[in-house]
Design a protein around this ligand. Structure first.
Ligand SMILES: [Zn+2]
Length: 584
């Protein structure tokens, strides 16, 4: 008899077990001369990794005795495993008459967790309040309560007969939400008092934490309804021809169109503005989608105010990219002279125009928790480094976008380059977006900034580097100047406003260091690059060997990835492009 799935903590995507917690065994007696003790008899709930890295898992250690009038008794416990492997166990409840089935655990948003379970007596009568919860803070039960607004009967898995987990959503300020299918309740995790109840005759299929403390719910008849923080429903959008409507973590929506052979179609709905939660969605909890709490929003939306006289960041940037598309798709001699004619840029006006015409994604850099490595890099590994360059350092990749932004508070951070076929992906500081439209100087400033960012996205070339191709080098801009000088260059030369930065062309004598203009000289065939030095020994094999050992080259400390070859090439961390190989 196996009541639960095998459980281990996996390390990342490899699934290699790094820690196997000891789940106490349960015992079974009452057979004919048989007695069994096995952890396989102990029901274990779905584990949840909180934002501090602590793994939480609930289990019900039972004593089963088929010959007793009360054949089930036991103790329900929460095991919390710290990142250092230390384990804390907290008793949640016990029973002498019932199975206590562990249910979902979510972060309580206050550093603790909310654990739920179902009381399922072995013999009638049923429990009057079968759904239970406990808020556990600092390794102790802070409060324990009947789940509010819950039905009297347990919903059960049709295959196992075991009660199904209650789906939960976390909110802010001690608020959480639970769906019972035909209704959805807001309650306080500190004591379980009910805030409000939302009935749904069609049945709730999805609920996402949004609307400044409310939810956006989807019902089984494909109505999408916003609820405010008081549980008041706004105007529903009915999409009866679309099934399985679900929001994505970037705020877009998907659904299925019956008969269309489209598995997941993009749905035209306003972007979902995810709220600040660690467990924001009824169905998948967090963007990790593997039971780990993630700070939301994952990809924060920019401030928006459609139709307002003074535009918000989203409308100002939408307007600016529209103007820029017109400029670059038309006759633009100054674009040719000052941008596309630069040979080391490797960009034509046509290619740039086609890139700008793709759908773009703009987010709020200050309010996005996605890891930089996940959203600013084309997915890559050390084994396909040449196919998928990323201009972030290993340290930068591990930062959330809001943390990366906070280091230097740039106006914009762009995915450099975009993936094949992808448009511009940029995270903006809304406070540095000019509130202008049309042909105002403020709006032109935004156009120049998007022009600058789009050069990163379409070419993969970064602002500035002493050892490789960079925009400042290509445009002959003084290395002493900040990257905003690239925007200044475009404003002055393409749009005819502002002041020119210090450039070689103008011979400004106050610049101490000009950027080099590397030509894309070392064009190696990636298939000729050997990642195994022993296989390459002998001299007749491929001429390059890559290794991640620290540099011993002429540029110590600057080279995270060293390329050894007949010529001894150093591949500079900030210039992960074939075109930027530089002979020592
Ligand atoms: Zn830049």
């Amino acid at each position: 008899m196996k009541t639960t799935k095998p459980y281990h903590l996996g390390a990342g995507l490899t699934g290699q077990p790094i820690l196997t917690p000891t789940i106490p065994p349960s015992t079974m007696a009452g057979g004919i001369g048989q007695s069994t003790s096995c952890d396989c008899l102990t029901p274990v709930g779905q584990p949840m990794v909180n934002s501090d890295g602590t793994t939480n898992v609930a289990y019900y250690a039972r004593q089963l005795d088929g010959s007793s009038p009360n054949p089930v008794k036991g103790t329900l416990s929460l095991m919390q495993i710290g990142t250092d492997g230390t384990t804390t166990t907290t008793q949640l409840a016990s029973s002498t008459t019932a199975n206590l089935w562990p249910g979902q655990i979510i972060p309580d948003g206050q550093g603790g967790v909310l654990a739920t379970w179902a009381i399922d007596p072995a013999n009638p009568p049923a429990a009057p309040n079968p759904y239970q919860a406990a808020d556990v803070k600092a390794g102790a039960v802070s409060s324990s309560f009947n789940m509010p607004m819950s039905p009297q009967n347990l919903a059960r898995d049709p295959n196992t007969g075991i009660p199904t987990d209650l789906p939960l959503v976390g909110g802010e300020n001690g608020t959480a939400f639970v769906s019972y299918g035909s209704n959805l309740a807001s309650f306080n995790v500190n004591g379980g008092s009910s805030n409000w109840n939302y009935p749904s005759s069609a049945g709730i299929t999805s609920a996402a934490y949004t609307n400044g403390g409310g939810l956006t719910v989807v019902d089984a008849q494909s109505n999408v309804t916003p609820l405010d923080s008081g549980g008041n429903a706004g105007t529903s959008v009915a999409l009866p021809s679309v099934g399985s409507i679900q929001p994505a973590w970037d705020g877009t929506w998907q659904g299925t169109i019956p008969g269309s052979n489209i598995g997941a179609a993009a749905i035209q709905l306003p972007l979902l503005n995810w709220g600040n939660s660690l467990w924001a969605w009824l169905l998948r909890g967090s963007p990790s989608e593997n039971g780990k709490a993630t700070q939301m929003p994952y990809l924060g939306l920019l401030p928006t105010c459609p139709g307002a006289q003074t535009p918000c960041a989203q409308e100002a940037l939408d307007d600016a990219i529209g103007s820029l598309r017109s400029l670059v798709s038309g006759n633009c001699p100054q674009c040719q002279t000052y941008v596309y004619s630069q040979p080391n840029l490797g960009l034509t006006q046509t290619t740039h125009s086609q890139y700008l015409a793709r759908s773009y994604k703009f987010y709020d850099a200050t309010n996005s928790s996605a890891l930089a490595g996940d959203v600013l890099c084309i997915k890559h590994s050390i084994f396909n480094i040449f196919a998928s360059p990323c201009n972030l350092s290993a340290f930068q990749m591990k930062l959330q976008i809001n943390q990366l932004w906070a280091l230097e508070k740039p106006a914009a951070i762009t995915k450099t380059p975009s993936a094949p076929g992808e448009g511009l992906v940029t995270f903006w500081d809304p406070s540095q977006v000019n509130a202008g439209l049309g042909n105002s100087a403020a709006a032109i400033g935004n156009q120049a900034t998007i022009f600058h960012e789009s050069l990163h996205g379409v070419t993969g070339i970064i602002d500035s580097t002493p050892f490789g191709t960079s925009l400042q080098g290509i445009f002959g801009i003084c290395i002493d100047d900040p990257s905003s000088s690239i925007t200044d260059y475009l404003e002055f030369n393409v749009f005819g406003i502002g002041n020119a930065p210090k450039t070689k062309q103008t011979g400004n004598g106050t610049c101490l260091t000009w950027q080099p203009q590397w030509a894309p000289e070392e064009q190696h065939d990636p298939s000729s690059i050997c990642l195994d030095s022993t296989a390459c020994a002998g001299g007749s094999g491929p001429d390059l060997v890559a290794t991640v050992t620290p540099s011993t080259s002429a540029r110590p400390g600057r080279c995270l990835l060293e390329i050894y070859s007949r010529f001894g090439l150093c591949w500079v961390e900030h210039s992960r492009r074939l075109s930027e190989f530089r002979s020592k």
